[in-house]
Design a protein around this ligand. Structure first.
Ligand code: ARE
Length: 583
Protein backbone atom coordinates (compact mmCIF):
# COMPACT_ATOMS: atom_id res chain seq x y z
CA UNK A 1 0.00 0.00 0.00
CA UNK A 2 1.46 3.34 -0.96
CA UNK A 3 0.76 5.25 2.21
CA UNK A 4 2.10 8.57 0.88
CA UNK A 5 -0.79 8.67 -1.59
CA UNK A 6 -3.50 8.33 1.02
CA UNK A 7 -5.37 11.50 1.80
CA UNK A 8 -8.27 12.55 3.93
CA UNK A 9 -8.94 16.10 5.15
CA UNK A 10 -11.60 16.60 7.81
CA UNK A 11 -14.07 19.44 7.22
CA UNK A 12 -13.30 19.80 3.53
CA UNK A 13 -14.47 18.30 0.24
CA UNK A 14 -13.38 14.99 1.87
CA UNK A 15 -15.87 15.34 4.76
CA UNK A 16 -18.99 17.46 4.44
CA UNK A 17 -22.72 17.61 4.73
CA UNK A 18 -24.85 18.62 1.80
CA UNK A 19 -28.20 18.82 3.56
CA UNK A 20 -27.47 19.10 7.25
CA UNK A 21 -28.24 15.39 7.73
CA UNK A 22 -26.23 13.19 5.40
CA UNK A 23 -22.49 13.20 5.85
CA UNK A 24 -20.22 12.39 2.92
CA UNK A 25 -16.79 10.98 3.72
CA UNK A 26 -14.15 10.54 1.02
CA UNK A 27 -10.72 9.03 0.92
CA UNK A 28 -8.02 9.13 -1.75
CA UNK A 29 -5.64 6.23 -2.35
CA UNK A 30 -3.05 5.33 -4.96
CA UNK A 31 -4.75 4.08 -8.08
CA UNK A 32 -5.36 0.34 -8.08
CA UNK A 33 -3.63 -0.09 -4.74
CA UNK A 34 -6.25 -0.78 -2.11
CA UNK A 35 -8.50 -3.84 -2.33
CA UNK A 36 -11.04 -2.83 0.27
CA UNK A 37 -11.76 0.36 2.11
CA UNK A 38 -14.15 0.52 5.06
CA UNK A 39 -15.38 3.46 7.07
CA UNK A 40 -15.66 2.71 10.79
CA UNK A 41 -17.63 5.25 12.77
CA UNK A 42 -19.64 5.94 15.88
CA UNK A 43 -21.08 8.55 18.19
CA UNK A 44 -18.36 10.83 19.47
CA UNK A 45 -20.16 11.52 22.73
CA UNK A 46 -22.01 8.27 23.41
CA UNK A 47 -22.06 7.32 27.11
CA UNK A 48 -20.84 3.75 26.57
CA UNK A 49 -17.19 2.88 26.87
CA UNK A 50 -15.77 1.65 24.60
CA UNK A 51 -18.04 3.38 22.11
CA UNK A 52 -19.78 1.02 19.66
CA UNK A 53 -18.24 1.16 16.20
CA UNK A 54 -20.18 0.51 13.01
CA UNK A 55 -18.57 -0.36 9.70
CA UNK A 56 -19.67 0.66 6.22
CA UNK A 57 -17.92 -0.31 2.99
CA UNK A 58 -16.69 2.67 0.97
CA UNK A 59 -17.42 2.72 -2.75
CA UNK A 60 -14.82 3.41 -5.40
CA UNK A 61 -16.53 6.31 -7.16
CA UNK A 62 -13.90 7.21 -9.72
CA UNK A 63 -10.25 7.61 -10.54
CA UNK A 64 -7.98 10.15 -12.10
CA UNK A 65 -4.52 9.44 -13.50
CA UNK A 66 -2.86 8.80 -10.12
CA UNK A 67 -5.55 8.18 -7.54
CA UNK A 68 -8.70 6.25 -6.68
CA UNK A 69 -11.44 8.04 -4.80
CA UNK A 70 -13.64 6.22 -2.30
CA UNK A 71 -16.83 7.59 -0.87
CA UNK A 72 -19.35 6.66 1.76
CA UNK A 73 -22.56 8.43 2.83
CA UNK A 74 -23.74 8.31 6.42
CA UNK A 75 -27.46 8.90 6.74
CA UNK A 76 -29.45 8.83 9.94
CA UNK A 77 -26.22 8.75 11.88
CA UNK A 78 -25.52 10.68 15.05
CA UNK A 79 -24.80 14.40 14.94
CA UNK A 80 -21.27 14.10 16.35
CA UNK A 81 -19.20 11.48 14.61
CA UNK A 82 -15.82 9.87 15.14
CA UNK A 83 -14.44 7.80 12.30
CA UNK A 84 -11.44 5.98 10.98
CA UNK A 85 -10.63 3.99 7.86
CA UNK A 86 -9.74 0.33 7.54
CA UNK A 87 -7.65 -0.17 4.43
CA UNK A 88 -6.77 -3.53 2.97
CA UNK A 89 -4.53 -4.51 0.11
CA UNK A 90 -3.43 -8.02 -0.80
CA UNK A 91 -1.03 -8.46 2.08
CA UNK A 92 -1.83 -5.84 4.65
CA UNK A 93 -4.59 -4.28 6.73
CA UNK A 94 -4.02 -0.88 8.21
CA UNK A 95 -6.09 1.59 10.19
CA UNK A 96 -5.95 5.23 9.25
CA UNK A 97 -6.78 8.05 11.63
CA UNK A 98 -5.23 11.23 12.97
CA UNK A 99 -3.34 11.38 9.65
CA UNK A 100 -1.33 8.31 10.65
CA UNK A 101 -1.36 4.58 10.02
CA UNK A 102 -1.92 2.19 12.91
CA UNK A 103 -1.69 -1.58 13.31
CA UNK A 104 -4.83 -1.60 15.40
CA UNK A 105 -7.79 0.72 15.85
CA UNK A 106 -7.74 0.32 19.59
CA UNK A 107 -7.39 3.69 21.19
CA UNK A 108 -9.61 6.31 22.74
CA UNK A 109 -12.29 7.63 20.40
CA UNK A 110 -10.90 11.15 20.71
CA UNK A 111 -7.89 10.11 18.64
CA UNK A 112 -9.96 9.19 15.59
CA UNK A 113 -11.06 11.66 12.94
CA UNK A 114 -13.88 13.85 14.17
CA UNK A 115 -16.88 15.28 12.39
CA UNK A 116 -17.42 17.54 15.37
CA UNK A 117 -21.04 18.34 14.67
CA UNK A 118 -23.22 18.06 11.57
CA UNK A 119 -23.72 21.79 11.43
CA UNK A 120 -26.69 22.50 9.19
CA UNK A 121 -25.60 26.13 8.82
CA UNK A 122 -22.47 24.91 7.05
CA UNK A 123 -24.29 22.56 4.69
CA UNK A 124 -23.38 23.51 1.13
CA UNK A 125 -26.59 24.96 -0.11
CA UNK A 126 -27.03 25.60 -3.83
CA UNK A 127 -30.42 26.94 -5.04
CA UNK A 128 -32.52 23.96 -6.06
CA UNK A 129 -33.42 25.39 -9.48
CA UNK A 130 -29.78 25.50 -10.51
CA UNK A 131 -29.54 21.74 -10.98
CA UNK A 132 -31.86 21.81 -13.95
CA UNK A 133 -30.73 25.16 -15.35
CA UNK A 134 -29.64 25.57 -18.95
CA UNK A 135 -27.90 28.89 -19.33
CA UNK A 136 -27.97 31.01 -22.47
CA UNK A 137 -25.34 33.74 -22.32
CA UNK A 138 -26.16 36.99 -24.06
CA UNK A 139 -23.65 39.68 -24.94
CA UNK A 140 -26.25 42.49 -25.07
CA UNK A 141 -24.59 44.61 -27.75
CA UNK A 142 -24.59 41.73 -30.21
CA UNK A 143 -27.89 39.93 -29.75
CA UNK A 144 -30.94 41.87 -30.96
CA UNK A 145 -32.13 45.44 -31.53
CA UNK A 146 -35.70 44.33 -32.00
CA UNK A 147 -37.51 41.07 -32.64
CA UNK A 148 -35.00 38.69 -34.24
CA UNK A 149 -33.06 41.50 -35.82
CA UNK A 150 -29.81 43.25 -35.02
CA UNK A 151 -29.05 46.61 -36.64
CA UNK A 152 -25.28 46.16 -36.68
CA UNK A 153 -25.05 49.91 -36.02
CA UNK A 154 -23.35 51.32 -32.97
CA UNK A 155 -24.89 54.05 -30.85
CA UNK A 156 -23.47 57.01 -28.95
CA UNK A 157 -25.48 58.33 -26.04
CA UNK A 158 -25.06 60.33 -22.87
CA UNK A 159 -25.95 58.76 -19.53
CA UNK A 160 -27.45 60.36 -16.41
CA UNK A 161 -24.01 61.40 -15.18
CA UNK A 162 -23.27 63.20 -18.43
CA UNK A 163 -20.76 60.58 -19.63
CA UNK A 164 -20.67 59.31 -23.15
CA UNK A 165 -21.60 55.66 -23.70
CA UNK A 166 -21.16 53.76 -26.92
CA UNK A 167 -22.24 50.49 -28.47
CA UNK A 168 -21.04 48.68 -31.58
CA UNK A 169 -23.79 46.51 -32.94
CA UNK A 170 -26.96 48.06 -31.61
CA UNK A 171 -28.25 45.29 -29.32
CA UNK A 172 -30.83 46.35 -26.71
CA UNK A 173 -32.81 44.92 -23.81
CA UNK A 174 -35.96 45.48 -25.88
CA UNK A 175 -34.43 43.28 -28.58
CA UNK A 176 -33.95 40.50 -26.04
CA UNK A 177 -37.52 40.86 -24.74
CA UNK A 178 -38.92 40.66 -28.26
CA UNK A 179 -36.80 37.62 -29.09
CA UNK A 180 -37.57 35.66 -25.93
CA UNK A 181 -39.70 33.14 -27.81
CA UNK A 182 -36.50 32.06 -29.56
CA UNK A 183 -34.98 31.07 -26.22
CA UNK A 184 -38.20 29.41 -25.15
CA UNK A 185 -38.15 27.35 -28.35
CA UNK A 186 -34.56 26.36 -27.74
CA UNK A 187 -35.39 25.37 -24.16
CA UNK A 188 -32.97 27.61 -22.25
CA UNK A 189 -34.27 28.50 -18.80
CA UNK A 190 -31.69 30.94 -17.53
CA UNK A 191 -30.15 33.98 -19.19
CA UNK A 192 -26.73 35.24 -18.20
CA UNK A 193 -26.43 38.82 -19.41
CA UNK A 194 -23.02 40.44 -19.79
CA UNK A 195 -22.87 43.91 -18.16
CA UNK A 196 -25.76 46.26 -18.82
CA UNK A 197 -25.03 49.17 -16.50
CA UNK A 198 -24.00 52.55 -17.73
CA UNK A 199 -20.39 52.39 -18.99
CA UNK A 200 -18.21 54.09 -21.59
CA UNK A 201 -17.12 51.10 -23.69
CA UNK A 202 -19.27 48.89 -25.89
CA UNK A 203 -18.62 45.86 -23.62
CA UNK A 204 -19.68 47.75 -20.43
CA UNK A 205 -17.02 46.33 -18.11
CA UNK A 206 -16.00 49.87 -17.14
CA UNK A 207 -19.01 50.91 -15.09
CA UNK A 208 -19.84 54.59 -14.79
CA UNK A 209 -23.07 54.21 -12.84
CA UNK A 210 -23.99 50.95 -11.11
CA UNK A 211 -27.52 52.16 -10.50
CA UNK A 212 -28.61 52.82 -14.07
CA UNK A 213 -28.96 50.83 -17.26
CA UNK A 214 -26.68 51.89 -20.08
CA UNK A 215 -28.64 54.24 -22.36
CA UNK A 216 -27.48 52.30 -25.44
CA UNK A 217 -29.22 49.22 -24.07
CA UNK A 218 -32.37 50.76 -22.63
CA UNK A 219 -33.89 51.73 -19.31
CA UNK A 220 -34.61 50.36 -15.87
CA UNK A 221 -38.18 49.76 -17.04
CA UNK A 222 -36.83 47.61 -19.87
CA UNK A 223 -34.88 45.48 -17.43
CA UNK A 224 -37.92 45.06 -15.18
CA UNK A 225 -39.99 44.06 -18.18
CA UNK A 226 -37.31 41.68 -19.41
CA UNK A 227 -37.14 39.91 -16.06
CA UNK A 228 -40.90 39.72 -15.63
CA UNK A 229 -41.35 38.37 -19.18
CA UNK A 230 -38.60 35.85 -18.52
CA UNK A 231 -40.23 34.78 -15.29
CA UNK A 232 -43.56 34.28 -17.09
CA UNK A 233 -41.66 31.91 -19.37
CA UNK A 234 -39.88 30.17 -16.47
CA UNK A 235 -36.55 31.71 -17.42
CA UNK A 236 -34.26 33.12 -14.71
CA UNK A 237 -31.99 36.08 -15.27
CA UNK A 238 -28.51 36.60 -13.87
CA UNK A 239 -26.52 39.78 -14.38
CA UNK A 240 -22.82 40.48 -14.61
CA UNK A 241 -21.49 42.23 -11.49
CA UNK A 242 -18.24 44.06 -12.13
CA UNK A 243 -17.03 44.93 -8.64
CA UNK A 244 -13.29 44.42 -8.91
CA UNK A 245 -12.96 47.73 -10.70
CA UNK A 246 -15.13 50.57 -11.88
CA UNK A 247 -14.85 52.71 -15.00
CA UNK A 248 -12.83 55.89 -14.99
CA UNK A 249 -16.03 57.96 -15.23
CA UNK A 250 -17.37 56.50 -11.98
CA UNK A 251 -18.08 59.45 -9.66
CA UNK A 252 -15.59 58.38 -6.97
CA UNK A 253 -12.69 58.05 -9.41
CA UNK A 254 -13.57 61.36 -11.04
CA UNK A 255 -13.40 62.92 -7.58
CA UNK A 256 -9.96 61.39 -7.04
CA UNK A 257 -8.76 62.73 -10.39
CA UNK A 258 -10.07 66.20 -9.50
CA UNK A 259 -8.99 66.39 -5.85
CA UNK A 260 -6.07 63.98 -5.53
CA UNK A 261 -5.04 63.10 -2.00
CA UNK A 262 -7.74 65.39 -0.59
CA UNK A 263 -10.51 63.42 -2.26
CA UNK A 264 -13.13 62.03 0.08
CA UNK A 265 -12.84 58.86 -2.07
CA UNK A 266 -9.06 58.45 -2.06
CA UNK A 267 -9.40 55.27 0.00
CA UNK A 268 -11.92 53.76 -2.41
CA UNK A 269 -9.06 52.72 -4.71
CA UNK A 270 -6.00 50.51 -4.55
CA UNK A 271 -2.45 51.77 -4.31
CA UNK A 272 -3.00 55.30 -5.47
CA UNK A 273 0.07 57.47 -5.93
CA UNK A 274 -0.22 61.21 -6.04
CA UNK A 275 -0.51 62.93 -8.32
CA UNK A 276 -2.70 60.27 -9.90
CA UNK A 277 -1.59 59.79 -13.48
CA UNK A 278 -4.40 58.77 -15.80
CA UNK A 279 -2.02 57.33 -18.38
CA UNK A 280 -1.03 54.03 -19.90
CA UNK A 281 0.22 52.33 -17.85
CA UNK A 282 -1.45 54.08 -14.93
CA UNK A 283 0.32 54.68 -11.59
CA UNK A 284 -2.52 53.04 -9.67
CA UNK A 285 -3.86 49.52 -9.57
CA UNK A 286 -6.22 48.79 -12.44
CA UNK A 287 -7.62 45.68 -14.11
CA UNK A 288 -4.80 44.34 -16.31
CA UNK A 289 -3.13 47.80 -16.34
CA UNK A 290 -6.14 49.22 -18.20
CA UNK A 291 -6.28 52.82 -16.96
CA UNK A 292 -10.03 53.01 -17.63
CA UNK A 293 -10.60 50.30 -15.01
CA UNK A 294 -9.26 51.45 -11.61
CA UNK A 295 -9.36 48.72 -8.98
CA UNK A 296 -11.84 49.30 -6.17
CA UNK A 297 -10.69 48.89 -2.58
CA UNK A 298 -13.19 46.27 -1.46
CA UNK A 299 -11.29 46.06 1.84
CA UNK A 300 -12.74 49.47 2.69
CA UNK A 301 -16.07 48.82 4.48
CA UNK A 302 -17.60 51.84 2.78
CA UNK A 303 -16.83 50.44 -0.66
CA UNK A 304 -18.03 46.98 0.36
CA UNK A 305 -21.24 48.49 1.63
CA UNK A 306 -21.73 50.45 -1.59
CA UNK A 307 -21.22 47.41 -3.83
CA UNK A 308 -23.44 45.19 -1.66
CA UNK A 309 -26.10 47.86 -2.02
CA UNK A 310 -25.75 47.54 -5.81
CA UNK A 311 -26.13 43.75 -5.56
CA UNK A 312 -29.25 44.08 -3.46
CA UNK A 313 -30.74 46.95 -5.45
CA UNK A 314 -31.16 45.01 -8.68
CA UNK A 315 -32.62 42.02 -6.91
CA UNK A 316 -35.16 44.19 -5.16
CA UNK A 317 -35.82 46.55 -8.06
CA UNK A 318 -35.87 44.19 -11.02
CA UNK A 319 -36.24 40.79 -9.30
CA UNK A 320 -33.13 39.34 -10.97
CA UNK A 321 -32.14 35.80 -9.96
CA UNK A 322 -28.45 36.11 -9.31
CA UNK A 323 -25.07 37.46 -10.26
CA UNK A 324 -22.11 36.32 -12.30
CA UNK A 325 -19.18 38.02 -10.59
CA UNK A 326 -16.40 39.43 -12.72
CA UNK A 327 -12.70 38.93 -11.87
CA UNK A 328 -13.90 37.22 -8.69
CA UNK A 329 -10.49 35.84 -7.76
CA UNK A 330 -8.84 39.25 -7.49
CA UNK A 331 -11.27 40.35 -4.77
CA UNK A 332 -10.82 39.50 -1.08
CA UNK A 333 -12.81 36.58 0.36
CA UNK A 334 -14.20 38.78 3.14
CA UNK A 335 -15.99 40.94 0.60
CA UNK A 336 -17.56 37.94 -1.09
CA UNK A 337 -18.80 36.52 2.23
CA UNK A 338 -20.49 39.80 2.97
CA UNK A 339 -21.88 40.00 -0.56
CA UNK A 340 -23.33 36.50 -0.28
CA UNK A 341 -24.99 37.26 3.05
CA UNK A 342 -26.49 40.47 1.66
CA UNK A 343 -27.86 38.80 -1.44
CA UNK A 344 -29.13 35.61 0.19
CA UNK A 345 -30.88 37.71 2.85
CA UNK A 346 -33.06 39.31 0.20
CA UNK A 347 -33.32 36.33 -2.17
CA UNK A 348 -32.28 33.01 -0.64
CA UNK A 349 -32.34 31.16 -3.96
CA UNK A 350 -30.29 33.74 -5.88
CA UNK A 351 -27.48 32.08 -7.86
CA UNK A 352 -23.93 33.39 -7.39
CA UNK A 353 -21.34 32.41 -9.98
CA UNK A 354 -17.73 33.53 -9.67
CA UNK A 355 -15.59 34.15 -12.71
CA UNK A 356 -12.66 31.95 -11.74
CA UNK A 357 -10.96 30.12 -14.57
CA UNK A 358 -9.03 27.53 -12.57
CA UNK A 359 -9.56 25.57 -9.35
CA UNK A 360 -12.11 27.66 -7.44
CA UNK A 361 -12.22 25.55 -4.25
CA UNK A 362 -11.38 28.43 -1.95
CA UNK A 363 -14.41 30.35 -3.19
CA UNK A 364 -16.72 27.35 -3.24
CA UNK A 365 -16.76 26.24 0.37
CA UNK A 366 -20.40 27.31 0.66
CA UNK A 367 -19.79 30.75 2.14
CA UNK A 368 -19.06 32.70 -1.06
CA UNK A 369 -20.25 31.41 -4.47
CA UNK A 370 -22.56 28.61 -5.52
CA UNK A 371 -20.63 27.96 -8.69
CA UNK A 372 -17.85 29.13 -10.96
CA UNK A 373 -17.47 29.50 -14.71
CA UNK A 374 -15.96 26.15 -15.55
CA UNK A 375 -13.26 26.98 -18.08
CA UNK A 376 -11.52 23.74 -17.05
CA UNK A 377 -14.43 21.94 -18.68
CA UNK A 378 -13.91 23.84 -21.95
CA UNK A 379 -10.19 23.02 -21.94
CA UNK A 380 -10.91 19.29 -21.58
CA UNK A 381 -13.51 19.43 -24.36
CA UNK A 382 -11.05 21.29 -26.56
CA UNK A 383 -8.37 18.66 -26.00
CA UNK A 384 -10.68 15.67 -26.38
CA UNK A 385 -13.25 16.67 -29.00
CA UNK A 386 -11.61 19.47 -30.97
CA UNK A 387 -7.91 18.60 -30.97
CA UNK A 388 -8.11 14.93 -30.00
CA UNK A 389 -4.85 15.48 -28.17
CA UNK A 390 -5.89 13.42 -25.14
CA UNK A 391 -7.17 9.86 -25.04
CA UNK A 392 -10.60 8.84 -23.79
CA UNK A 393 -8.95 7.48 -20.67
CA UNK A 394 -7.14 10.76 -20.01
CA UNK A 395 -10.35 12.69 -20.64
CA UNK A 396 -12.16 10.54 -18.09
CA UNK A 397 -9.36 10.87 -15.54
CA UNK A 398 -9.20 14.64 -15.90
CA UNK A 399 -12.98 14.93 -15.57
CA UNK A 400 -12.78 12.99 -12.33
CA UNK A 401 -9.93 15.11 -11.00
CA UNK A 402 -12.14 18.13 -11.72
CA UNK A 403 -15.19 16.63 -10.00
CA UNK A 404 -13.44 15.58 -6.81
CA UNK A 405 -12.12 19.09 -6.23
CA UNK A 406 -15.55 20.11 -5.00
CA UNK A 407 -18.24 19.01 -2.60
CA UNK A 408 -20.95 17.21 -4.55
CA UNK A 409 -23.61 19.98 -4.76
CA UNK A 410 -20.99 22.42 -6.01
CA UNK A 411 -19.81 20.01 -8.71
CA UNK A 412 -23.44 19.72 -9.90
CA UNK A 413 -23.76 23.52 -10.04
CA UNK A 414 -20.61 24.22 -12.05
CA UNK A 415 -21.30 26.48 -15.01
CA UNK A 416 -19.94 24.27 -17.78
CA UNK A 417 -19.09 26.03 -20.98
CA UNK A 418 -17.43 25.41 -24.30
CA UNK A 419 -16.84 29.08 -24.98
CA UNK A 420 -17.75 32.53 -23.69
CA UNK A 421 -17.44 36.19 -24.67
CA UNK A 422 -13.74 36.01 -23.65
CA UNK A 423 -12.46 33.16 -25.82
CA UNK A 424 -12.64 31.99 -29.43
CA UNK A 425 -15.85 30.24 -30.43
CA UNK A 426 -15.67 26.49 -29.94
CA UNK A 427 -16.58 26.00 -33.60
CA UNK A 428 -13.34 27.82 -34.53
CA UNK A 429 -11.44 25.78 -31.97
CA UNK A 430 -12.78 22.79 -33.94
CA UNK A 431 -11.51 24.35 -37.17
CA UNK A 432 -15.06 24.79 -38.34
CA UNK A 433 -15.92 21.10 -37.94
CA UNK A 434 -19.58 21.23 -36.85
CA UNK A 435 -19.62 17.51 -36.03
CA UNK A 436 -17.00 18.08 -33.37
CA UNK A 437 -18.93 21.00 -31.91
CA UNK A 438 -22.05 18.84 -31.94
CA UNK A 439 -20.42 15.99 -30.06
CA UNK A 440 -18.98 18.38 -27.45
CA UNK A 441 -22.45 19.91 -27.00
CA UNK A 442 -23.88 16.41 -26.67
CA UNK A 443 -21.39 15.71 -23.91
CA UNK A 444 -22.07 18.99 -22.11
CA UNK A 445 -25.82 18.30 -22.18
CA UNK A 446 -25.43 14.79 -20.78
CA UNK A 447 -22.72 15.48 -18.20
CA UNK A 448 -23.33 16.82 -14.70
CA UNK A 449 -23.21 20.56 -14.10
CA UNK A 450 -25.09 23.44 -15.68
CA UNK A 451 -24.69 23.59 -19.46
CA UNK A 452 -24.10 27.07 -20.76
CA UNK A 453 -24.41 28.18 -24.37
CA UNK A 454 -23.03 31.43 -25.69
CA UNK A 455 -25.58 33.25 -27.91
CA UNK A 456 -25.20 32.10 -31.46
CA UNK A 457 -23.31 28.88 -30.79
CA UNK A 458 -26.52 27.18 -31.86
CA UNK A 459 -26.38 29.24 -35.05
CA UNK A 460 -22.85 28.06 -35.84
CA UNK A 461 -21.19 31.38 -35.09
CA UNK A 462 -17.43 31.15 -35.32
CA UNK A 463 -14.70 33.64 -34.45
CA UNK A 464 -11.15 33.74 -33.24
CA UNK A 465 -10.61 37.43 -32.62
CA UNK A 466 -12.57 39.35 -30.03
CA UNK A 467 -14.58 41.31 -32.58
CA UNK A 468 -15.38 38.12 -34.40
CA UNK A 469 -16.51 35.95 -31.51
CA UNK A 470 -18.68 38.80 -30.25
CA UNK A 471 -20.20 39.38 -33.66
CA UNK A 472 -23.91 40.09 -34.20
CA UNK A 473 -26.39 37.26 -33.99
CA UNK A 474 -27.02 35.99 -37.55
CA UNK A 475 -30.81 36.28 -37.41
CA UNK A 476 -30.94 36.53 -41.19
CA UNK A 477 -30.08 32.80 -41.37
CA UNK A 478 -33.16 31.87 -39.33
CA UNK A 479 -31.12 29.90 -36.82
CA UNK A 480 -34.14 28.12 -35.30
CA UNK A 481 -34.53 26.25 -38.57
CA UNK A 482 -30.95 25.05 -38.46
CA UNK A 483 -29.91 21.48 -37.68
CA UNK A 484 -27.65 22.43 -34.80
CA UNK A 485 -30.41 24.42 -33.12
CA UNK A 486 -32.73 21.42 -33.38
CA UNK A 487 -30.03 19.08 -32.12
CA UNK A 488 -29.52 21.21 -28.99
CA UNK A 489 -33.27 21.69 -28.56
CA UNK A 490 -33.81 17.91 -28.50
CA UNK A 491 -31.04 17.36 -25.96
CA UNK A 492 -32.39 20.11 -23.72
CA UNK A 493 -35.82 18.54 -23.87
CA UNK A 494 -34.41 15.17 -22.79
CA UNK A 495 -32.37 16.81 -20.06
CA UNK A 496 -35.51 18.43 -18.70
CA UNK A 497 -37.55 15.24 -18.86
CA UNK A 498 -35.03 12.95 -17.17
CA UNK A 499 -33.89 13.74 -13.69
CA UNK A 500 -30.96 11.35 -14.04
CA UNK A 501 -29.44 13.82 -16.52
CA UNK A 502 -29.38 16.63 -13.97
CA UNK A 503 -29.26 15.01 -10.51
CA UNK A 504 -28.05 11.53 -11.38
CA UNK A 505 -24.73 10.06 -10.35
CA UNK A 506 -22.01 9.95 -12.97
CA UNK A 507 -20.20 6.64 -13.44
CA UNK A 508 -17.79 5.75 -16.19
CA UNK A 509 -18.57 2.52 -18.06
CA UNK A 510 -15.49 0.73 -19.40
CA UNK A 511 -15.88 -0.23 -23.06
CA UNK A 512 -13.66 -2.10 -25.46
CA UNK A 513 -13.19 0.72 -28.02
CA UNK A 514 -10.58 3.32 -27.07
CA UNK A 515 -12.30 6.17 -28.89
CA UNK A 516 -15.71 5.52 -27.42
CA UNK A 517 -16.67 7.09 -24.11
CA UNK A 518 -19.53 5.67 -22.09
CA UNK A 519 -21.02 6.56 -18.75
CA UNK A 520 -24.11 6.11 -16.65
CA UNK A 521 -26.23 8.86 -15.19
CA UNK A 522 -28.46 7.30 -12.59
CA UNK A 523 -30.80 8.03 -9.74
CA UNK A 524 -32.65 5.55 -7.52
CA UNK A 525 -35.41 5.53 -10.13
CA UNK A 526 -33.70 5.79 -13.46
CA UNK A 527 -30.56 4.66 -15.22
CA UNK A 528 -29.33 6.26 -18.42
CA UNK A 529 -26.43 5.04 -20.49
CA UNK A 530 -24.65 7.66 -22.54
CA UNK A 531 -22.26 6.49 -25.24
CA UNK A 532 -20.34 8.69 -27.62
CA UNK A 533 -18.00 7.92 -30.47
CA UNK A 534 -15.18 10.46 -30.75
CA UNK A 535 -13.79 9.05 -33.99
CA UNK A 536 -14.35 9.35 -37.72
CA UNK A 537 -15.34 5.73 -38.22
CA UNK A 538 -18.32 3.67 -37.20
CA UNK A 539 -17.79 1.66 -34.02
CA UNK A 540 -19.41 -1.32 -32.39
CA UNK A 541 -18.80 -1.51 -28.68
CA UNK A 542 -19.43 -4.10 -26.06
CA UNK A 543 -21.38 -2.74 -23.13
CA UNK A 544 -20.72 -4.73 -19.97
CA UNK A 545 -24.20 -5.13 -18.52
CA UNK A 546 -24.46 -7.15 -15.38
CA UNK A 547 -27.90 -8.61 -16.04
CA UNK A 548 -30.29 -8.82 -18.97
CA UNK A 549 -31.91 -5.41 -19.21
CA UNK A 550 -34.42 -3.69 -21.45
CA UNK A 551 -33.08 -0.80 -23.40
CA UNK A 552 -35.01 2.14 -24.80
CA UNK A 553 -33.35 4.70 -26.97
CA UNK A 554 -33.97 8.36 -26.08
CA UNK A 555 -31.52 9.98 -28.47
CA UNK A 556 -30.88 10.56 -31.33
CA UNK A 557 -34.07 9.11 -32.75
CA UNK A 558 -36.24 7.31 -30.21
CA UNK A 559 -38.15 5.55 -33.01
CA UNK A 560 -35.08 3.78 -34.37
CA UNK A 561 -34.12 0.50 -32.78
CA UNK A 562 -30.49 -0.04 -31.93
CA UNK A 563 -28.43 -2.74 -33.55
CA UNK A 564 -27.90 -4.97 -30.55
CA UNK A 565 -25.69 -7.82 -31.58
CA UNK A 566 -25.84 -10.64 -29.08
CA UNK A 567 -27.66 -8.37 -26.64
CA UNK A 568 -24.69 -6.38 -25.51
CA UNK A 569 -23.08 -4.77 -28.54
CA UNK A 570 -23.99 -1.29 -29.65
CA UNK A 571 -23.23 0.39 -32.98
CA UNK A 572 -22.42 4.04 -33.27
CA UNK A 573 -21.87 6.13 -36.37
CA UNK A 574 -18.77 8.28 -36.60
CA UNK A 575 -19.05 11.20 -34.13
CA UNK A 576 -22.36 9.99 -32.85
CA UNK A 577 -23.71 10.16 -29.31
CA UNK A 578 -26.56 8.04 -27.96
CA UNK A 579 -28.67 8.21 -24.83
CA UNK A 580 -30.24 4.92 -23.78
CA UNK A 581 -32.61 4.27 -20.93
CA UNK A 582 -31.95 1.01 -19.13
CA UNK A 583 -34.98 -0.55 -17.52
C1 ARE B 1 -9.72 45.07 -23.98
C2 ARE B 1 -9.68 44.80 -25.44
C3 ARE B 1 -8.76 43.61 -25.72
C4 ARE B 1 -7.38 43.88 -25.15
C5 ARE B 1 -7.48 44.22 -23.68
C6 ARE B 1 -6.14 44.55 -23.05
O1 ARE B 1 -11.01 44.54 -25.88
O2 ARE B 1 -8.70 43.37 -27.11
O3 ARE B 1 -6.56 42.73 -25.30
O4 ARE B 1 -8.41 45.29 -23.51
O5 ARE B 1 -5.97 45.88 -22.88
C7 ARE B 1 -13.36 43.55 -20.55
C8 ARE B 1 -13.70 43.43 -22.02
C9 ARE B 1 -12.46 43.17 -22.83
C10 ARE B 1 -11.44 44.25 -22.55
C11 ARE B 1 -11.12 44.26 -21.06
C12 ARE B 1 -10.14 45.36 -20.69
O6 ARE B 1 -14.64 42.39 -22.20
O7 ARE B 1 -12.80 43.18 -24.21
O8 ARE B 1 -10.26 43.97 -23.26
O9 ARE B 1 -12.34 44.50 -20.35
O10 ARE B 1 -10.64 46.58 -21.08
C13 ARE B 1 -8.40 37.19 -17.05
C14 ARE B 1 -9.20 37.65 -15.85
C15 ARE B 1 -10.67 37.59 -16.13
C16 ARE B 1 -11.03 38.37 -17.40
C17 ARE B 1 -10.19 37.80 -18.54
C18 ARE B 1 -10.44 38.58 -19.81
O11 ARE B 1 -8.88 36.87 -14.71
O12 ARE B 1 -11.37 38.14 -15.05
O13 ARE B 1 -8.80 37.88 -18.20
N1 ARE B 1 -12.47 38.31 -17.70
C19 ARE B 1 -13.42 39.35 -17.27
C20 ARE B 1 -14.54 39.53 -18.28
C21 ARE B 1 -13.98 40.25 -19.47
C22 ARE B 1 -13.68 41.68 -19.05
C23 ARE B 1 -12.96 41.75 -17.77
C24 ARE B 1 -12.80 40.65 -16.97
C25 ARE B 1 -12.61 43.05 -17.24
O14 ARE B 1 -15.14 38.32 -18.57
O15 ARE B 1 -14.85 40.28 -20.57
O16 ARE B 1 -12.89 42.31 -20.08
O17 ARE B 1 -13.76 43.56 -16.59
C26 ARE B 1 -6.07 32.53 -17.71
C27 ARE B 1 -6.28 33.10 -16.33
C28 ARE B 1 -7.51 33.96 -16.24
C29 ARE B 1 -7.49 34.98 -17.36
C30 ARE B 1 -7.50 34.19 -18.68
C31 ARE B 1 -7.57 35.11 -19.89
O18 ARE B 1 -6.62 31.27 -17.90
O19 ARE B 1 -6.43 32.11 -15.36
O20 ARE B 1 -7.54 34.61 -14.99
O21 ARE B 1 -8.64 35.79 -17.25
O22 ARE B 1 -6.35 33.39 -18.76
O23 ARE B 1 -6.46 35.94 -19.92
Amino acid sequence: MLKEAILHIPDSNYAFTADGKTVVIRLRTKKGDVVRCTLCYGDRVCPEEPAPVKAKPMRLIGSDSLFDYYECKLTACCTRIFYYFTLEDKGETTYYYSNEFHVSPKCGRTEYYQFAYVRREDAVHVPSWVNSAIIYQIFPDSFATERRHISGKGLRKTDKTGSVCISRNGGTLKGIIESLDYLVTLGANCIYLNPIFSASSYHKYDTTDYFSIDPCFGTEEDLKLLVSECHKNKIRVILDGVFNHCGSHFFAFQDVLANGRASRYADWFYRLEFPVRYETPPNYEAFAYVREMPKLNTGNPEVAEYLCRVGKYWIQTADIDGWRLDVANEINHGFWRRFRETIKAVKPDAFLVGEIWEDASQWLQGDQFDSSMNYGFSVLCRDFFANRSITTEEFDQKLHAMLFRYKTPIAYAQMNLLDSHDVPRFLSVCNGNVKKLRLALFFMMTFLGVPSILYGDEAEIDGVTEEDYRKPMPWENQPEKGKLFQFIQKLIMIRKQHEAMTCGEFRTVPVNEPEVYAFFRKTGKEKLLIVLNNSDTEKTVRIPFEAPETIRRLFPDPKTKDQWKGGEFLSLDAMEGKILQIQ
